[in-house]
Design a protein around this ligand. Structure first.
Ligand SMILES: NC(=O)c1ccc[n+]([C@@H]2O[C@H](COP(=O)([O-])OP(=O)(O)OC[C@H]3O[C@@H](n4cnc5c(N)ncnc54)[C@H](OP(=O)(O)O)[C@@H]3O)[C@@H](O)[C@H]2O)c1
Length: 321
């Protein structure tokens, strides 16, 4: 099978397309023929070995993960002896971030517990755009049970994979949602449902005096105190990503602010694939649909990882395998 191979940390253009053997599924795994994959921040980090925590997780000098790629959609080609919930031919999708990556290839073996049937009303390309970003959005904003009609919500870094899915999940609750991102993405953001949009290059939303009941953040580019200042009484802030030093700071000062005030600040630690079946249901009810950048071709993957790293994408970058 063809695969994108990562031999050493560096720039995405060091990645090579090679022929490697099709893997064999273990007893509790399925072999999936990948039809589509999407590009994630994990890939950008893994390929470069940055931030340093990536090297602690995946190899200090050289990467132990040989094939990057975390989001896939495809069809089950064969199953291990102990697989009970899936059959050959099932169309599935998955976040591979806790099962060894491997999405930028024609085939991958995945533990049965990590896969979910793909939504019946989506193509493979659309399905591959959902798992990782959808789960960050879902676990960040939907499963806390706190959403009420009329609440004011802000998403910082709203024009990417997480923000464009989170807005559609939020719209079921008749809440008023503001999205913050760069000027070129604001029209697309309005088209997916944001009530208000802010260009972060022109306006600092923490200085406008407006307050929100809930803030979902994908960038973490301000201090915990500034975020707290932008929250209403009993408001919550949750970040799903950003620079590591900021995340540590928000974790530390956020928990102190949470003890001494009526505001809650926290950092989400993603649980891969938890809630993907609920996301499938929302998709099948027609409540969410991913925003896709692409589809692109397999041999463009190195350039696309670079494009994502430079933040030039709109929604999720999808590749046909
Ligand atoms: N919590 C976890 O366990 C976990 C696990 C995996 C990944 N993650 C993180 O989750 C996040 C994924 O979010 P995503 O997929 O939506 O990322 P994304 O597609 O890169 O979207 C982020 C958006 O933020 C915009 N942006 C850049 N600078 C900004 C600023 N100063 N203010 C406001 N917006 C700004 C970017 O636009 P431009 O760059 O074009 O300006 C981009 O549109 C990543 O940070 C990733 O590290 C978290």
């Amino acid at each position: 099978m063809k695969a994108i191979i990562l031999k050493k940390y560096g720039l995405p253009n060091n990645l090579k397309i090679e022929e490697v053997s099709v893997p064999n599924p273990k007893d509790s795994e399925v072999l999936v023929r990948i039809h589509s994959a999407s590009i994630n921040d994990w890939d950008w980090g893994l390929v470069r070995g940055k931030p340093f925590i990536i090297r602690l997780l995946y190899g200090l000098r050289n990467p132990k993960i040989k094939i990057p790629g975390v989001d896939i959609a495809g069809k089950i080609e064969s199953i291990g002896n102990k697989v009970r919930s899936f059959s050959i031919g099932d169309e599935v999708y998955c976040d591979l971030s806790d099962s060894g990556f491997g999405g930028f290839a024609q085939y991958v073996c995945i533990p049965e517990k990590s896969i979910t049937k793909k939504p019946v009303n989506l193509s493979f390309n659309e399905s591959a755009a959902i798992p990782h970003a959808g789960l960050l959005a879902y676990q960040g904003i939907m499963n806390k049970g706190k959403l009420r009609a009329g609440q004011k919500i802000l998403i910082n870094g709203a024009g990417g994979g997480v923000g464009t899915l989170a807005i559609q999940m939020l719209k079921q609750f008749e809440v008023e949602v503001t999205g913050v991102d760069t000027g070129e993405k604001l029209d697309m953001m309005k088209s997916v449902g944001f009530d208000h949009v802010i260009d972060y290059k022109k306006v600092d939303f923490t200085k406008t005096g407006k307050k929100y009941d809930y803030i979902l953040d994908t960038k973490s580019n301000r201090s915990a105190f500034k975020y707290a200042r932008s929250l209403n009484k009993n408001g919550s802030y949750i970040t799903v990503g950003g620079m590591l030093n900021r995340l540590f700071e928000i974790q530390l000062f956020g928990s102190i602010i949470s003890i001494f005030s009526d505001k809650q600040l926290s950092v989400l630690s993603l649980i891969p694939n938890k809630g993907l079946d609920q996301i499938s249901r929302l998709v099948e009810e027609g409540k969410i649909k991913p925003v896709i950048d692409g589809p692109y071709q397999f041999d463009e993957i190195p350039d696309l990882i670079q494009l994502l790293g430079e933040g030039k994408h709109k929604g999720k970058i999808v590749v046909e395998i």
